[in-house]
Design a protein around this ligand. Structure first.
Ligand code: GLN
Length: 542
C-alpha cells in the first residue's frame, strides 16, 4: 500500500518545510522504503519560471525540463531521486488546465467550481503515478490560513477519506519563539496555527516544532494537550550547524519513529544513517578552507543560488575543506577596481543570470581571473560573459556583446531561434512568450577527447540540465579558438556550444548548462570537486 504524508506549515514561513520533508524522505529511505517527494504551491503563476529570484529564490530545473520550486532541489539532494515535472504543481497550472478543458467543452455544461473541480484536480495530481512507492511525501507551500492555500488544504483533507484507513497522516511544522522577557518558549502561536488547521478539518498527527533551544517537558505537555496530539508526537526541531545534520537530528528526536507509529507500522528496520553521520563529520572537521567569490546579481538573497551554494559545499566535502563564499554584487566593479575585492580569493565564479544590469562588472571579474590565473568557473550567463570578455580583450572584437541587452553590433552571444530536442526541432521567435520557452532540461553534450573538461568528467558524453534563451554565436568560434579559448563541448550535432576552456590557465571553464542542479552530497559534481581542488591549489600559492 502506498502511504501519504502531508507536510503543512504554520506560524511563519521560511521554517524549512522543504528541508524537513527532504530529511524525513531520507530517513524513511534509510529504513529501506521507497519514497517520492512532491510539492503543491498555492501561488497563481503557472510555474516559478517567470518569477524574479528575489521573489522566489532559485528556479530548479528537472531533467524533463520543468521549471520548479527550489524545494525539489532539496528533495533530490537528500534522496538522490531525480524529480520530474510531475512533482510540483501550482494553482496557476491547475486553473490553466481546468480553463482549457472548459473552453474545449469537456465539462458538458457543468458549472466549474473550486469544490469539486479544483480540489479533484489537486487530488488527481497527488494520487497519480505512485505505483510501487511506499511513502509519498507531499509538502504544501505557504502557511495555513493563506487564502490561496485553502483549496489545497481542502483537497488533502478529503484525501484521507478517499484512501484506505491508515494510509495518510498530517505533519505540521511550527515555530516556538523564545521570549527573553518571559524567559520562555511560547506555545500559543502553535496552538493558534493548529486551531486554524482543525477548523478546516485537518487534525495533525505530528507537530514538528522549530525552536532555538530544548523544549521543556511542561511546554511539550501543553502542546500535546491543546493541539490534541500525543506527547511523543511533539518533535523538537532545533537549529543545526549544517542542513546535512538534519536527518540525524530529526531521527534522534524520534521523528521517523513517530511517523511510522502514526501509520501503525511496528516492524520497520532501524535506519542506516552511517553515510549521514559521515558527511556531518566531514563538514564539521574540515582540513582547510578556501574562499570563492560569487560575482552575481541576486547576492542579497542567498536562496537565489541555492543549488549553487550546495554544489560548492559538496565540492568542499569532496576535498575535505570548508568553502567560504564571498558574495559580490557585480555592479560595484563598474565603478570600483575589482582587485581589492578579488585578490584574496582562491576561485571566482560567475553564476547564471538574466539581463544587462551588472553584466559589465561580471566581465571585469572574468578579466581579473583570466589575467591573474585565478580559477574561474562560468555557469551559463557566466560562460557567456567569459566569451564576450575573450572576444573583446583577446580577439580584438571591441563591440562584442550579447543581444540579450539590446541590438549588438557584434552579437557574440545571440538569441537561440532553433535547436533539436531529441528528434524534434524547437523554434523560437524574438518577442515570443517568456514562460516555459527557454531551452530547458537535460540535453546531451559531446566533449572533445583530451580536453580538460573531458578529463574532469572522465567521459566524452554527458547529460546536463539547461535553462537559457541565448547562446554563444558559433560564427565567432574560429577567431576565439585562435586566441586560446577552446570550445571543448558542443551539442552532439556540433551546432550549439556547451563548454569553453583556456588550456594555458590553471582552471578556466565555462559551461552553458547548470551542473549545480545535479550535484549531491554523496555524489559531488565532478566540475565542483575539480574547481574546489583548483582553489585549494591556488590557496597554497598565497
Ligand atoms: N540570460 C542568459 C540566457 O538566457 C543566461 C541564462 C542563465 O544563466 N540561466 O541565455
Amino acid at each position: 500500500m502506498t502511504r501519504y504524508i502531508f507536510i503543512t506549515g504554520g506560524v511563519v514561513s521560511s521554517l524549512g518545510k522543504g528541508l524537513a520533508s527532504a530529511a524525513l524522505g531520507a530517513l524513511l529511505q534509510a529504513r529501506g522504503f521507497k519514497v517520492r517527494l512532491r510539492k503543491l504551491d498555492p501561488y497563481l503563476n503557472v510555474d516559478p519560471g517567470t518569477m524574479s529570484p528575489y521573489e522566489h529564490g532559485e528556479v530548479f530545473v528537472t531533467d524533463d525540463g520543468a521549471e520548479t520550486d527550489l524545494d525539489l532541489g532539496h528533495y533530490e539532494r537528500f534522496t538522490g531521486r531525480p524529480a520530474s515535472k510531475d512533482d510540483n504543481i501550482t494553482t496557476g497550472r491547475i486553473y490553466l488546465d481546468i480553463i482549457t478543458k472548459e473552453r474545449r467543452g469537456d465539462y458538458l455544461g457543468a458549472t466549474i467550481q473550486v469544490i469539486p473541480h479544483v480540489t479533484n484536480a489537486i487530488k488527481d495530481f497527488v494520487l497519480k503515478g505512485n505505483d510501487g512507492i511506499d511513502f509519498v511525501l507531499v509538502e504544501i507551500g505557504g502557511t495555513v490560513g493563506d487564502i490561496e492555500g485553502l483549496p489545497f488544504f481542502e483537497a488533502i483533507r478529503q484525501i484521507k477519506n478517499d484512501l484506505p484507513r491508515g494510509a495518510c497522516i498530517y505533519t505540521h511544522l511550527t515555530l516556538l519563539p523564545f521570549i527573553p522577557s518571559a524567559g520562555e518558549l511560547k506555545t500559543k502561536p502553535t496552538q493558534h496555527s493548529v486551531a486554524e488547521l482543525r477548523s478546516i478539518g485537518i487534525q495533525p498527527d505530528i507537530l514538528l516544532c522549530r525552536s532555538d533551544r530544548a523544549i521543556p517537558k511542561e511546554e511539550r505537555r501543553k502542546l500535546a494537550l491543546f493541539c490534541n496530539v500525543r506527547e511523543t508526537a511533539v518533535i523538537e526541531a532545533r537549529d543545526v550547524g549544517s542542513i546535512y545534520d538534519v536527518p540525524v537530528a530529526y531521527h534522534e528526536q524520534g521523528f521517523d519513529a513517530e511517523v511510522l507509529a502514526a501509520f501503525g507500522i511496528t516492524d520497520a528496520p532501524e535506519p542506516n544513517l552511517s553515510r549521514w553521520k559521515k558527511i556531518s563529520q566531514t563538514i564539521h572537521n574540515p582540513e582547510g578552507e578556501v574562499t570563492i567569490a560569487i560575482v552575481g546579481k541576486y547576492t542579497g538573497l542567498k536562496d537565489a543560488y541555492k543549488s549553487l551554494t550546495e554544489a560548492l559545499t559538496h565540492g568542499g566535502i569532496a576535498n575535505g575543506v570548508k568553502v567560504k563564499l564571498d558574495w559580490i554584487e557585480s555592479e560595484i566593479f563598474e565603478q570600483d577596481d575589482p582587485t581589492p575585492h578579488l585578490e584574496h580569493v582562491h576561485g571566482i565564479l560567475v553564476p547564471g543570470g538574466f539581463g544587462q544590469r551588472g553584466a559589465e562588472g561580471k566581465i571585469k571579474a572574468v578579466t581579473f581571473a583570466r589575467e591573474r590565473k585565478v580559477p574561474y568557473f562560468g555557469i551559463c550567463f557566466g560562460m557567456q560573459m567569459a566569451v564576450i570578455e575573450g572576444a573583446r580583450s583577446l580577439a580584438g572584437i571591441k563591440d562584442a556583446n550579447s543581444s540579450e541587452f539590446g541590438p549588438a553590433k557584434e552579437p557574440v552571444v545571440g538569441l537561440m531561434t532553433e535547436w533539436m530536442k531529441g528528434n524534434e526541432l524547437e523554434q523560437r521567435a524574438q518577442g515570443g512568450d517568456l514562460g516555459g520557452t527557454m531551452r530547458l532540461g537535460a540535453y546531451q553534450a559531446t566533449l572533445k577527447r583530451g580536453s580538460k573538461i573531458s578529463q574532469i568528467y572522465d567521459t566524452t558524453s554527458i547529460s546536463e540540465r539547461h535553462r537559457h534563451r541565448y547562446e554563444v554565436n558559433m560564427s565567432y568560434r574560429e577567431r576565439l579558438e585562435d586566441k586560446g579559448m577552446v570550445f571543448c563541448g558542443t551539442s552532439p550535432d556540433g551546432l550549439l556550444p556547451e563548454t569553453i576552456e583556456y588550456q594555458d590557465h590553471p582552471w578556466f571553464i565555462g559551461v552553458q548548462y547548470h551542473p549545480e542542479l545535479k550535484s549531491r552530497p554523496f555524489e559531488p559534481h565532478p566540475l565542483f570537486s575539480s574547481f574546489i581542488a583548483a582553489a585549494v591549489e591556488q590557496s597554497r600559492l598565497f
